[in-house]
Design a protein around this ligand. Structure first.
Ligand SMILES: *Cc1c(COP(=O)(O)O)cnc(C)c1O
Length: 729
């Protein structure tokens, strides 16, 4: 069944004619990675732009009419506007993309990319963290490369949550309520103007979901939303929040994403050739595709073979307990109706997701995904090794090295994470098209052309921006009258832009060890408050609301932040989101990451810091194990894993302090040349950018997905002719 679908930008603005196209810009997230487009809004009203959290729709709704009228008279502005609009139109219409040139025969072969969350921008808060940011960066890059890809996920009306920290360091949470008139979502409607609805059968009822489209450059993202009159009050809440701890909600969401997502694409008449499950949450999509093929007359085994051929699965979890899984009774509850339809027994069904004996009895989504895809990958080299070990039992008799899970190391979308002034500098010395060649290793050698003083001026500017942000947030808190003075201090009122500044921002989960640097408290105190060579440390990050140990970790860090003896040099920035992340990765000198190896599958925030000239100082885990080359930053620990975690913390924290005291701090402060430039530090900044930026870009990453996984998944299609490619890609 395919419906006729209407899509029309809602356009809730009343703009002067000459500014109409600004309205178009707001309904495509292209502006998120085009700084010139953002400048248009900032130019009209810089303060409002910050006030509306960089949301251009809200901006155009709230901006004062006289300011718009003034813009209409401003030739400089109009010239900028026309240039941006032309760039936007050219981008959307482009014929010569990387994809079209490299794979001319594959233009019509659609790739469907399923993910539980998509982090595209802070003004569309439907993400929780790393997985979402990666999905968002994947879509943006697919758009840049001209890849025929669509995304499928959820719009969470209440987002993840907003965080504030109480005076005694406890994490308080508040929910958002998204106003759909203020976000760039386009409703998919049928001929009668009613929402197009997909549906799934859950125990005793059918649950419906409507579909919202978000334009991400040339890529379309479809977000499902169950808040419909047709559903019971409980089901209307189904897609309200991310990562519910209620297993009934979780499994219902995953059924809706996987099965409802396939049906949504069918409603639109789409026939993807490649189905990418980013993490196991969407693995039920394989079952829906099997049902479709069985309905066309094949057996379960035949259908499973066909489906596997063009499924791609990416695992992100290096620990068995971290894998998304459900108790067997819940599978009985939700799927008893399904196995007869698939012509298999209950046991055969349960076997599709059955856990290894030693891990207890549960139905594991990554197991389902691994069994029903022929293309599988982990997200860094080390994570590949760990994953092959973890899942070896699924391939009895196969040696660990030969377990068929490859790796594609994560990356970041350059245009999203680059600081404005750094972008200008790269344009000047690497070429105005440098972002299109972000994965070109040779190009980055031209960094040597940048004079030290210019690079250092940009670094100082970015740190000053971060400082001002912290100061202003603290000022707002103080002025609101709702905060204790100590909370104002903790927010960075005493932060200044001259000291060596370390950033630590990530989810507060215990394995990430935000408290490793507090291990020897007195030693840290000395380091931080050294009058000649002071150090500032900025912490940020949320704990999952149900993660008590994570919240205790925040409290422990906050206690140190509040300690007067630290002199206000430790800071906790509340409510870590993409905005805070951008300011931090662009502004700090050192990016610190101290996970318990090998628990960090990849990590990406350090890549963002490196792109902007921050230097990584981290455990050799995840991406940094590949990124560290002996001269582009500092390692903590060695290439070893520990059995005894207490011992591990002792050894690694000691090394952390030693490297800080003996190498990092002296290099930053003591190598000043006559012109007051820390030349050796700047040399390392250059090496950090040069070595990391091309390798850990999503340009490199998405091209690898194409070559290593999507292409085989396309070629595998049983009925299909083999595909020719012009060049290797
Ligand atoms: C980049 C990013 C992450 C992921 O960073 P990690 O290195 O995996 O901790 C999480 N949250 C936000 C807001 C980010 O921008």
């Amino acid at each position: 069944m395919m419906e006729k679908i209407r899509k029309k930008n809602p356009m809730p603005f009343n703009l002067p004619r000459r500014l109409q196209r600004m309205g178009d810009l707001t309904y495509n997230l292209w502006w998120v990675w085009n700084l010139d487009a953002q400048s248009l809004f900032k130019y009209i009203d810089n303060l409002l732009w910050d006030e509306v959290n960089h949301n251009p729709i809200l901006f155009l709704q709230q901006v004062q009419r006289p300011l718009l009228n003034k813009a209409v008279q401003d030739l400089y502005f109009l010239e900028k506007l026309d240039a941006v609009v032309e760039k936007f139109d050219t981008y959307l219409a482009a014929k010569e993309t990387w994809f079209k040139t490299t794979y001319p025969d594959l233009e019509d072969e659609l790739i469907a990319y399923f993910s539980f969350e998509f982090g595209l921008h802070e003004s569309l808060p439907v993400y929780a963290g790393g997985l979402g940011i990666l999905s968002g960066d994947h879509l943006k890059t697919a758009s840049d490369l001209g890849m025929p890809l669509v995304g499928v996920g959820f719009i969470y009306k209440e987002g993840y949550f907003m965080q504030s920290i109480s005076e005694d360091g406890w994490q308080d949470t508040r929910n958002y309520y998204l106003n759909f008139d203020e976000i760039p979502v386009i409703p998919l409607l049928d001929e009668n103007g009613k929402p197009v609805m997909t549906s799934v059968d859950l125990p005793g009822r059918t649950v419906f979901a409507r579909i919202w489209q978000v334009n991400v450059g040339r890529v379309e993202l479809y977000l499902l939303d169950s808040d419909l009159e047709e559903n019971s009050p409980n089901d209307r809440q189904l897609t309200s929040r991310l990562y519910s701890n209620d297993l009934d909600v979780r499994i219902s969401q995953e059924i809706l994403l996987g099965i409802g997502g396939v049906r949504a694409l069918r409603l639109m008449g789409l026939k993807p050739k490649v189905w990418h499950m980013n993490e196991g949450h969407s693995a039920f999509l394989a079952l829906e595709r099997i049902s479709e093929i069985i309905a066309a007359g094949k057996t379960f085994d035949e259908a499973a073979e066909i489906v596997k051929e063009n499924n791609v699965f990416t695992t992100h979890t290096p620990v068995p307990a971290g894998n998304d899984q459900f108790p067997i009774w819940l599978i009985d509850k939700y799927f008893a109706q399904t196995w007869p339809k698939l012509n298999i027994s209950r046991d055969q069904f349960i076997d599709l997701g059955r856990q290894a004996q030693s891990w207890g009895d549960s139905f594991v989504m990554p197991v389902l995904a691994l069994k029903l895809s022929n293309q599988r990958n982990a997200v860094s080299k080390l994570h590949g090794e760990v994953s092959r070990g973890m899942w070896q039992w699924l391939w009895p008799g196969v040696s660990k090295e030969n377990v068929p899970i490859t790796h594609i190391t994560n990356g970041i979308h350059t245009g999203t994470w680059i600081g404005r002034q750094m972008n200008d500098l790269f344009k000047k010395y690497l070429g105005s098209d440098w972002q299109d060649r972000a994965d070109d290793v040779e190009m980055w050698n031209n960094l040597d052309l940048i004079p030290d003083h210019e690079l250092w001026a940009v670094r100082k500017h970015l740190k000053r921006k971060l400082t001002i942000f912290c100061n202003e947030r603290a000022r707002k808190m103080w002025k609101s009258g709702n905060y204790h003075p100590i909370q104002v201090v903790a927010s960075g009122v005493l932060m200044e832009p001259y000291s060596l500044t370390i950033g630590f921002a990530r989810r507060f989960a215990t394995y990430k060890r935000a408290n490793l640097i507090l291990n020897d408290y007195e030693r840290l105190l000395k380091i931080v408050t050294n009058e000649r060579m002071p150090v500032q440390i900025i912490f940020a990050g949320k704990a999952h609301p149900a993660d008590e140990p994570g919240k205790l970790l925040i409290q422990q860090v906050y206690r140190a932040v509040k300690d007067a003896r630290m002199g206000g040099r430790l800071i906790f920035l509340e409510d870590y989101d993409m905005n805070v992340a951008r300011l931090m990765v662009q502004g700090v000198d050192i990016w610190l990451n101290t996970p318990r190896r090998p628990n960090e599958a990849s990590g990406t925030s350090g890549m963002k810091a490196a792109l902007n000239g921050g230097i990584n100082f981290s455990i050799l885990d995840g991406w940094w194990r590949e990124g560290y080359n002996g001269k582009n930053g500092w390692p903590i620990g060695d290439h070893v894993d520990f059995q005894d975690t207490y011992q591990q913390d002792q050894i690694e924290s000691r090394e952390l302090y030693e490297t800080l005291e003996n190498e990092i701090i002296p290099l930053y402060y003591q190598s000043r040349s006559a012109d007051n430039l820390p030349n050796e530090w700047i040399a390392m900044v250059k090496e950090s950018i040069r070595s990391n930026a091309p390798l850990f870009s999503t340009q490199r990453m998405v091209k690898e997905y194409m070559k290593m996984l999507y292409l085989p998944a396309t070629e595998n299609i049983i009925e299909n002719k083999p595909v020719k490619t012009k060049k290797g890609g």
